[in-house]
Design a binder for this molecule. Structure first.
Ligand SMILES: O=c1ccn([C@@H]2O[C@H](COP(=O)(O)OP(=O)(O)O[C@H]3O[C@H](CO)[C@@H](O)[C@H](O)[C@H]3O)[C@@H](O)[C@H]2O)c(=O)[nH]1
Ligand SMILES: [Mn+2]
Length: 761
């Protein structure tokens, strides 16, 4: 490393900041001790119960809650974050030493994922502050759409104006749709020249926008079979040849390359993981950068210095050899106010900082820079020398392509300089690239099994990440200010449910593969505490069962006149009350420390319950069906919305309705509706019984009904309040009547079952 003596101060390029966590630990321990006392109390009073079913069920559920509480305590025990200093980097490290990066953007559907969003992702990445000759951008299009290709060509033309503009005026937000949302950016600089250029660029962007829009509306025709678009004639998105086109190379811009991997109905394409592997192979042949950044099409680079921050870690981290990947946080723009669907991940802040203090953050599928050699299956201690890789071995791992194996050998042996000195232009490598993008290429190789993004889970990110950690790599969370990337979060309730269900499925699936974290601790190098952290997340789907049981317990008890909580006049009543009170105050305190509003806290709290009992339950059931061989799990792409400032976006035009729950015919919410109905029945039942007694005896009657049970029932009712509103609303804002009637039948059945258990008293 060339060190400029003048500036060779000893200031570090990056710093690990350890956060004090004593208060939180103490509170968590207190909650834990109450949880344990509750379990002990239940065991000792078991024989005193005249109805043991609710007592036993409560014991089982609470044991589970205690278990997940211990897992989350393990994760959150230590808290740390990372600070990086790009200004020091620029003074100390010469630009030509920066590592090349291949950028991967994936898109899968021009309708669910509006093209203009993807193009903004591309523009924001082309415009980062980093030497352009060290970057190559690959766009993977799983829909094989001429619209996306056309848009990328037009976008690249626009980028030739946009990128110099951003760099000249040091624009902070380099995704035009965000930059141009307000005219106030025009006032940032009052020089005439700027004002003039601003208007010119804005007009150009408007043109690009309109071109894409017009193209999206008119179906693609094959009039000119000699044109650049001829390859898209008569192709079907799930049955077509590989298409690779180099749109721009060797200019002031990074290379821009379009890829649509081959697909046909005989071969499974493995969704995003398959797309990532095709990207990894094609880029291996064309540029083979030692680092690869992967970004979903709904994210954009919000901090133009993102690569410099990454270089701070590459050059500044003492054990840089141990760091397998650098993860930037997932954050969102234009999220709905107060997070009504509870999907903006605000409640994961302390967990993220906790995991960062163990073996490092989980790979979350986007905003992540991997070392290429790590993706190629290397472990931290492997020393490979390009000479000693045997031909047959490397063919078994990487497949037949000679060019791929050659570049992999250089990467594995760390000969980065040799790669950088290659002068072949990407456009002259299309043929070998098409070969590795074919759908049969992976047969008989390690792709998807040991090398690349792993197959077997709809959350390919966590699966791939755990296998990297299991090889002994650490990972680093890099959270610059402003945030490195911003993305869009599902803004309608059904799309949020789709996403949550897919996550629950994919995460749970991991436990049934050979990448089960505990196995990896025993056989591999995954740290035990890190395995526990993975368990915490992988078990999301499984949480639905105890939560559903626990939410039906109060209803069951009120209807049958039994108890699952200590009576209000017993000393032990204090235990559940304390757990409830301390826990909620604690979570509220955590939220306010993060500057989250009271309303958001409540939304997160209730949506936590609702999501677990609906989307996660369906996730759990899907995995069970898959294990029994009755169904397959699929990756359902979530709908992205583009709220344009041109007034014609897909977004909800009526802003006051944004955040209002909408429903479709999907049965996912049914369990929630059932829980709501049975608790309502129980409450009505309880209130009716109270109304029959003289007011002087109300208190006694209350005790008899169970104060705790009544309170829990009210709490569940409040959590599902939104669904109740859905009963009375019309159109898409109302729960479909078929869902209501089916749930009603199930609720009646439950009440009927309860009645059969009623003991004559
Ligand atoms: O067959 C497919 C399906 C999806 N994608 C791409 O995968 C990305 C993520 O899909 P999205 O519908 O946005 O899913 P999210 O739930 O928002 O994604 C989160 O969760 C996924 C795993 O479930 C991770 O892969 C993502 O990186 C992570 O952001 C998008 O760029 C898609 O274009 C493909 O390329 N091919
Ligand atoms: Mn997404």
């Amino acid at each position: 490393m060339a060190i400029n003596t003048q500036d060779s101060t000893c200031l570090p390029l990056q710093e690990k900041i350890v956060h004090n966590n004593k208060t939180a630990r103490a509170i968590e321990l207190i909650i834990l001790s109450f949880l344990v006392s509750l379990l002990v109390y239940r065991l000792f009073t078991f024989k005193d119960q005249n109805q043991y079913i609710p007592w036993l069920l409560a014991l089982l559920c609470e044991s589970w809650f205690t278990f997940t509480w211990i897992l989350s305590m393990c994760i959150k025990w230590n808290q740390c974050s990372m600070k990086t200093y790009p200004d020091r980097l620029l003074k100390r490290v010469n630009e030509f030493e920066f590592l090349p990066v291949d950028i991967f953007v994936t898109t899968a559907d021009p309708i669910l994922e509006p093209c203009i969003l993807t193009m903004n992702t591309v523009l924001s990445l082309l415009a980062v502050d980093y030497p352009a000759n060290k970057l190559a951008l690959y766009l993977s299009d799983d829909s094989c759409s001429p619209l996306i290709y056309y848009s990328l060509v037009e976008t690249t033309k626009f980028a030739k104006l946009w990128v110099p503009f951003c760099k000249k005026y040091n624009i902070q937000v380099r995704a035009p749709f965000r930059y141009f949302t307000s005219n106030s950016t025009l006032l940032e600089d009052d020089s005439l020249e700027f004002q003039h250029e601003w208007k010119k660029i804005k007009n150009e962007y408007d043109d690009l926008y309109k071109k894409i829009e017009v193209a999206a509306q008119s179906p693609f025709t094959c009039d000119d079979r000699n044109s650049d678009f001829a390859v898209f004639c008569d192709v079907h998105r799930s049955d077509h040849q590989a298409i690779i086109k180099v749109i721009s190379e060797n200019t002031d811009l990074p290379h821009v390359i379009y890829i649509s991997r081959e697909k046909n109905l005989k071969h499974h394409h493995h969704y995003k993981a398959g797309a990532m592997n095709a990207l990894a192979r094609v880029s291996a042949i064309m540029t083979s950068a030692p680092l690869m950044l992967n970004v979903d099409c709904d994210m954009y680079a919000n901090n133009p210095q993102v690569f410099l921050h990454a270089m701070c870690i590459v050059f500044g981290y003492k054990n840089d050899q141990d760091c397998g990947f650098i993860q930037f946080p997932q954050a969102f723009y234009d999220g709905l106010k107060d997070d009504p669907f509870g999907n903006q991940l605000a409640n994961y802040y302390y967990l993220t900082n906790g995991i960062a203090a163990i073996q490092g953050p989980f790979y979350s599928g986007t905003n992540c820079i991997h070392r290429r050699k790590v993706i190629y299956g290397l472990s931290p201690n492997d020393k490979i020398n390009s000479g000693n890789i045997r031909n047959e071995d490397s063919q078994k791992v990487f497949g037949k392509s000679f060019e791929l194996r050659e570049s992999a050998a250089l990467i594995l042996s760390g000969s980065i300089a040799k790669i950088e000195n290659r002068t072949t232009r990407p456009s002259s490598l299309i043929e070998p690239a098409i070969h590795v993008a074919s759908c049969s290429y992976e047969y008989g190789t390690d792709w998807g099994k040991k090398v690349g993004w792993l197959y077997g889970s709809t959350t390919e990110d966590t699966l791939t990440g755990v296998s990297i950690h299991a090889r002994g790599w650490k990972s680093i969370m890099c959270s610059p200010d402003p945030l490195a990337f911003l993305g869009c979060v599902p803004s309608t309730y059904p799309s949020s449910l789709t996403q949550q269900k897919r996550w629950a499925i994919g995460l749970l699936e991991i436990l049934f593969t050979d990448k089960n974290p505990l196995l990896l601790t025993l056989k591999g190098n995954l740290w035990f505490r890190h395995a526990l952290a993975y368990y915490w997340i992988c078990l999301w789907g499984a949480r639905s069962i105890p939560e559903i049981c626990y939410a039906s317990l109060p209803a069951y008890c009120i209807i049958t006149g039994s108890h699952f909580l200590p009576n209000a006049n017993e000393w032990a009543f204090i235990i559940p009350v304390s757990i409830f009170a301390i826990y909620n105050v604690y979570v509220l305190w955590e939220a306010t420390r993060r500057g989250v509003s009271l309303r958001t806290w409540w939304n997160l709290q209730r949506m936590g319950r609702v999501t677990t009992m609906t989307a996660w339950l369906f996730g759990f059931l899907s995995v069970m069906l898959k294990l029994m061989g009755l169904s397959k799990t699929v990756f359902e792409v979530t709908q992205k919305e583009h709220k344009s400032n041109y007034g014609d976006g897909v977004g909800d035009k009526d802003d006051k309705n944004a955040g209002k729950f909408t429903y479709d015919k999907s049965p996912v919410i049914m369990p929630g509706v059932v829980i709501l109905l049975v608790n309502m029945t129980a409450l009505v039942n309880g209130v009716l019984r109270l109304s029959k007694v003289h007011y002087s005896e109300i208190w006694i009657k209350m005790l008899e009904l169970g104060l705790g049970e009544m309170f829990c029932s009210v709490w569940v009712f409040l959590c599902f309040w939104e669904f109740l509103k859905g009963f009375f609303r019309k159109g898409k804002y109302g729960i479909p009547s078929t869902t209501i009637s089916k749930s009603g039948c199930l609720a009646l059945f439950f009440v009927h079952l309860c009645r059969r258990f009623v003991q004559p008293s």
